[in-house]
Design a protein around this ligand. Sequence first.
Ligand code: DQA
Length: 144
Amino acid sequence: MKTILVLNGPNLNMLGLRQPDVYGHETLADVEALCRRTGDESGLEIEFQQTNHEGQMIDWIHHARNRVAGIVINPGAWTHTSVAIHDALIAAEVPVIEVHISNVHRREHFRHHSYVSLVAKAVLAGLGTHGYQLAIEHLAHLNR
Ligand code: DQA
């Protein structure tokens, strides 16, 4: 069975608690359950991770190379700051879908630029946690 790596960056462990007006009331455990359900329905194995440490995120991205069929990543604030994650995603050489729960383009100006979008096959923003499901379904479609 093919594997999809779902990666979550800083502060996403606080989902459901932080800024529910922006990010909603679902927790990261709810998002993980949704991703696993979507994986089961799509015939894909899901690996689900979250970290607040950039080096850890980069190590997981490197480990994906030649191993997984795709990466779904919500890089959190690293979206707007991290050339290192951009470079790691290029090195991984697997299709990447960038997901944001909120519509970053309706928010502060500093959220309008993404280093990750430059290397992503697609970007989903503003669909809430449904964006994760759609990203996994699209990777399933590509791998059919
Ligand atoms: C986010 C948007 C980012 O700008 C922010 O730093 C996050 C979450 C989102 O899912 O909407 O932490 O990636």
